[in-house]
Design a protein around this ligand. Structure first.
Ligand code: ADP
Ligand code: MG
Length: 696
């Protein structure tokens, strides 16, 4: 049970004063359905406006945000029926500035900016047509208003329909609900690192006194990141301890079914695949629970290892599950595995969130009766109604999107379920243990034979016409091409419009052989778009990054990535990994907008140098570290809200040691500090692990 002291933080954001039903809906889009007060508190500002910057007009820097003390000199309303803006000329003793209001509310302007009055206007100063202007000042204040102006104003990530002031007000109200929680960190550790308390740290983030206060390296932010990492590490250590205690069941395969699958393959397993399978089967055979990570670069053939592992438990008369992060991937796994599985006598089923009720009930009944051997699906597999007859092995694809919660939920679907986690994001050795907890690891280092290196080029975007022409020639001779559109940071809608535009333009050039797939499409439309490309009905597939993970169309040999400079290294590598999967010669074009920053340049040259995902992962980590220094930080770490491993990686090992020490001294979290730590686990949604604690 959640400690009652946390209840105010778990209330719906809609219960906050000033958050009406409409704003609540926007918050749901921003923070997820059922957004809670704590979600809002953890939605930290990503920058801050310094309103202390109060120069004279003459000294004010253009294109920066300034607060000017001015006198209102002249009103210039738009003439007659003109739709032009309403302008107000303001001045100080050093110069003047035009305030510009489009679609102005004249009454408001007259009231706020009376002629001759002294006012403070704050906003972005620009030079337009030889004159300084400020379009729609953020603030127009009199002396009293100025006194209330926060010197530094937090700026939050938004979603359409939501404004800074909505989030600011809501965050304010959320802070007021923050109860006094007992400290869960070791006081000596806090003192040594000069860390503030949890509440103080949150206040510092939402009420920055200087822009530096919200930097990821600030003490307040480090405190919060550490909290999140500690919660995560505690949960991982608890899960692992629980799995070690729980007796597993031995599943002894006969090799019959997997033998038939292997015999049906047009190729032989790589040495790495054989090795990984041996490790997995060894675990499955033992009466302990497996918790193993299968790491393999894109295209290294993890899916087949998964299928053969699943076949092994079916041979032992039990069932398996394979969980993918998206519908597209679940379907793709299903389609690819089905023929192989069926010729070997395996019965496989598919369960996604989109199934019709009747079909779904049928699948569930067959699963419970043991008429399905292997169930493939999305998160839908976690739902309570999903009951296996005898689940032995759960394979989780692309782990980084799954948390401890899901891992536990899946483990509960059967008695002592073995878990195999697959990831195509090679993780630097230094991070594996800390990131994933204490897992065993199998690695596919080798790629299937016959793969040719991918010819990777960087081309400035001015030469896009040449690329389009080249794509035209390629598709005439039968090639299939992915065209990935720019990533517009944290804004799905803009991502979409870029893709849409490119789709329309390429359709004009190439005709109806161009397809489009993006994250906001209806699921069935996404499938259709993918299938058409798979079958070759479309030969150019314009896509947002939805294709990043796992999509497998071996016939595709060309990958174009627009605005490659906006993508991180790991992402570029994943995208490029969509080609070079068959025996054809593949190429990848990184279109970039010049001039390239230092880090973007480094990323692109690493991409050209190597296809080794592990090397790329190491370089990525290194560059992210440096990127931080160079001020081009990439967006955070999946699964974490406050911690960003590109900045806080050093804290991970500390948190891990801390977690181990805590649990070795107080395994049931019963001491005073243990109780406080329970709050921490709930706060960061790691409370599923609390259930594992046994008294005594
Ligand atoms: P991953 O999931 O690791 O990115 P996949 O499992 O999707 O890779 O495999 C990529 C492609 O390689 C698939 O088309 C698969 O059929 C093929 N493949 C897998 N193993 C081998 C092998 N040993 N030899 C040749 N091709 C293979
Ligand atoms: Mg895969």
């Amino acid at each position: 049970m959640r400690p009652a002291i946390l209840n105010p933080l778990f209330a719906d954001v809609a219960t906050l004063p000033g958050v009406g039903p409409k704003t609540a809906q926007h918050f749901a889009r921003l923070l997820g359905d059922q957004a809670r007060v704590s979600d809002l508190l953890f939605h930290l500002p990503n920058s801050a406006i310094d309103r202390r910057n109060r120069p004279k007009i003459r000294d004010a820097q253009r294109d920066s945000i300034v607060t000017l003390e001015v006198t209102v000199a002249e009103h210039r309303p738009p003439g007659g029926r003109s739709k032009g803006p309403y302008r107000v000329l303001v001045e100080d003793e050093t110069g003047d500035v035009l305030l510009v209001f489009f679609l102005a509310n004249q009454g408001w302007i007259e009231k706020s900016l009376p002629l001759g009055a002294r006012r403070w206007v704050s906003g972005k100063l620009e030079l337009w047509d030889g004159h300084l202007q400020m379009v729609h000042p953020d603030r127009v204040l009199d002396e009293q208003g100025l006194a209330r102006l926060p010197p530094v104003e937090p700026v939050y990530g938004l979603t359409e329909g939501l404004y800074q002031r909505n989030v600011q007000k809501a965050a304010e109200a959320a802070l007021a609900r923050l109860p006094a929680l007992p400290e869960w960190l070791d006081p000596a550790f806090m003192a040594a690192r000069k860390l503030p308390g949890f509440a103080a740290a949150l206040h510092a983030q939402h009420h920055p006194q200087t822009p530096q206060d919200i930097e990821p390296t600030s003490l307040a932010r480090v405190r919060l990141a550490y909290d999140e990492l500690l919660a995560n590490q505690l949960a991982l250590v608890m899960v692992r301890a629980d799995m070690r205690d729980a007796r597993g069941r031995a599943s002894i395969g006969t090799g019959e079914i997997s033998g038939r699958i292997e015999a049906g393959l047009p190729f032989r397993l790589t040495g790495s695949q054989t090795q990984a399978l041996a490790e997995i089967r060894e675990d499955i055979r033992k009466p302990i629970r497996m918790l193993r990570l299968l790491q393999g670069d894109v295209g290294s053939g993890k899916t087949l290892v998964a299928l053969l592992s699943l076949a092994t438990v079916v041979e032992a008369g039990r069932q398996g599950a394979l969980m993918a992060p998206t519908e597209i991937l679940a379907r793709q796994h299903y389609e690819r595995m089905k023929p192989l599985a069926e010729q070997a006598g395996l019965r496989i089923g598919l369960l996604t969130g989109r199934d019709r009720a009747s079909q779904r009930n049928q699948t569930l009944a067959a699963l419970a009766a043991g008429d399905i051997d292997i169930l493939i699906g999305t998160h839908a597999l976690f739902q309570e109604k999903v009951a296996f007859r005898d689940l032995a092995l759960a394979v989780v694809d692309e782990q980084h999107r799954f948390g401890v919660h899901q891992r536990l939920a899946l483990g509960e679907k059967g008695e002592a379920v073995d878990i195999l986690v697959m990831t195509a994001t090679p993780i630097p050795r230094t991070l594996v243990l800390t990131y994933f907890g204490d897992m065993d690891v199998s690695t596919l280092r080798e790629k299937p034979a016959g793969r040719q290196p991918i010819d990777t080029r960087a081309v400035p975007s001015e030469r896009i016409d040449e690329i389009v022409a080249g794509v035209g020639r390629a598709i005439k001779s039968g090639a299939r091409v992915y065209w990935v559109c720019p990533l517009v940071e944290e804004n799905e809608e803009l991502d979409l419009s870029a893709a849409q535009e490119r789709f329309e333009q390429l359709t004009q050039v190439f005709g109806p052989v161009v397809g489009l797939v993006h994250g906001q499409m209806k699921g069935t439309d996404k499938d259709t778009a993918m299938e058409k490309f798979q079958r070759g009905e479309t030969t150019v597939l314009v896509a947002t990054t939805v294709i990043e993970v796992g999509v497998d169309v071996p016939e595709a040999t060309i990958m174009i990535i627009e605005h490659a400079e906006r993508f991180g290294l790991a992402q570029l590598h994943q995208l490029r990994g969509r080609v070079g999967r068959g025996s054809g010669k593949s190429s990848c074009v990184l279109l970039y907008k010049a001039p390239l920053g230092e880090v973007a340049q480094a990323r692109i040259s690493i991409m050209r140098e190597t296809e080794d995902g592990f090397r790329i992962a190491e370089e990525d980590l290194r560059l992210r570290g440096e990127g931080e220094v160079l001020g081009t930080r990439q967006s955070g770490t999946p699964g974490f809200r406050l911690a960003d491993l590109s900045v806080h990686a050093g804290l991970l090992a500390v948190a891990r040691d801390d977690a181990q020490l805590i649990l070795s001294r107080d395994p049931a979290l019963e001491s005073e500090r243990g109780q406080a730590l329970r709050n921490l686990l709930y706060l960061f949604g790691r409370d599923a692990a609390v259930k594992l604690l046994r008294a005594g």
